[in-house]
Design a protein around this ligand. Structure first.
Ligand code: EPU
Length: 293
């Protein structure tokens, strides 16, 4: 494997060689994203423990490799050229502990499991706990930040720190961890209202194009407005570039019809932004994380 890898991959394999778990050189990233778009990473590493993740980030930093944390891959657009550094997947960080009604979950725990445990409002949101906390994922019924008791995250100097809720800087689809790019390692949550998830899941399936690969809502809702409504009213449903299309079911979704490239999606994003500005004077901001932007 190493013999076929490029220079960046070989150097990364060397730097990470004694760490536990799997390092995959030249790994295609499209299968790791819900959009099913994107080129290869120089290497992808799935650390089996939070300590291994911390060590990998510290080494990547000290050797000057670009690095990127990937959770469920549900809100990212990876460029067609890929990522010239280390992608760290939290897929193996699935620790799960309940104590006195409090859940302590590893960053890689699927959010759907938390929704069933005690996060009614999170029903139907894809992705992982770490990604959800980083972007304060939510629905119109609330966001995950409201349930957070503490977050353990990695600081730029390599230390791990526990953040109290007031220190997390939660805002609409935003947090300190997103702004400062601090990898979330684990999270303590209190349960939210428990309830039947089925009606929420059914509403999602009725109003959102869940049958095609996408990254969910592409744009943030401007204060007091709905991005989906604005895009719809600008006549953009069905607008298509390559295999990227503005969904007919929910206009804030861009779907991959099969072979969409990141470039197609970005051109469609520009088109939507331009049309909505000229029609309503509102500049839509991306909720989607564009890697390398
Ligand atoms: N609307 C249209 N046309 C469309 C889509 C929506 O007219 O194509 C109208 C709807 O009729 C409704 C309004 O816009 O009156 C709001 O639409 P919706 O109820 O679907 O909610 P949303 O604000 O578009 C938000 C979240 C979704 C989340 C839903 C349900 C954002 C950007 N979006 O959507 O989150 O699933 O509420 O709680 O906050 C995501 O973040 O990926 C996502 C899908």
């Amino acid at each position: 494997m190493e013999a076929r890898a490029g220079d960046g991959a070989r150097a990364l394999l060397r730097v990470l060689r004694d760490l536990p778990g799997e390092v995959c050189p030249e790994e295609p990233l499209a299968p790791h994203t819900t959009f099913r778009i994107g080129g290869r990473a120089a290497a992808l590493y799935r650390p089996p423990t939070a300590d291994a993740l911390v060590e990998a980030v510290v080494r990547a930093r000290s050797h000057g490799f670009p690095w990127l944390l990937l959770g469920g891959g549900s809100k990212v657009l990876v460029p067609d050229r890929g990522f010239p550094g280390l992608v760290l997947s939290t897929a193996e960080l699935r620790s799960w502990r309940e104590e006195d009604g409090v859940l302590v979950a590893g960053a890689g725990v699927p959010l759907s499991r938390v929704a069933r445990w005690g996060g009614w409002k999170l029903a139907g949101i894809p992705g992982t706990v770490g990604g959800a906390v980083t972007m304060n994922a939510g629905t119109r019924y609330g966001s995950i930040g409201e349930q957070v008791l503490w977050v353990r995250a990695l600081l730029p100097d390599g230390r791990v720190r526990t953040f109290a809720p007031v220190e997390c800087g939660f805002a609409y689809r935003d947090s300190l961890f997103r702004r400062l790019r601090l990898p979330v390692l684990s999270v303590a949550l209190r349960p939210d209202r428990r309830g039947d998830l089925a009606p929420l899941l059914a509403e999602r399936a009725r109003t959102q194009p869940l049958d095609l690969p996408s990254a969910g809502c592409v744009f943030r809702n401007p204060p007091g407005q709905s991005a989906g409504w604005l895009i719809d009213q600008a006549g953009l449903k069905g607008a298509r570039i390559g295999d990227a299309v503005v969904s007919e079911r929910h206009a804030n979704f861009i779907c991959n019809l099969g072979h969409a490239r990141a470039r197609d999606v970005l051109e469609l994003v520009d088109l939507v932004q331009d049309r909505v500005v000229s029609r309503f004077g509102v500049r839509l901001r991306l909720e989607l994380e564009v890697v390398g932007a």
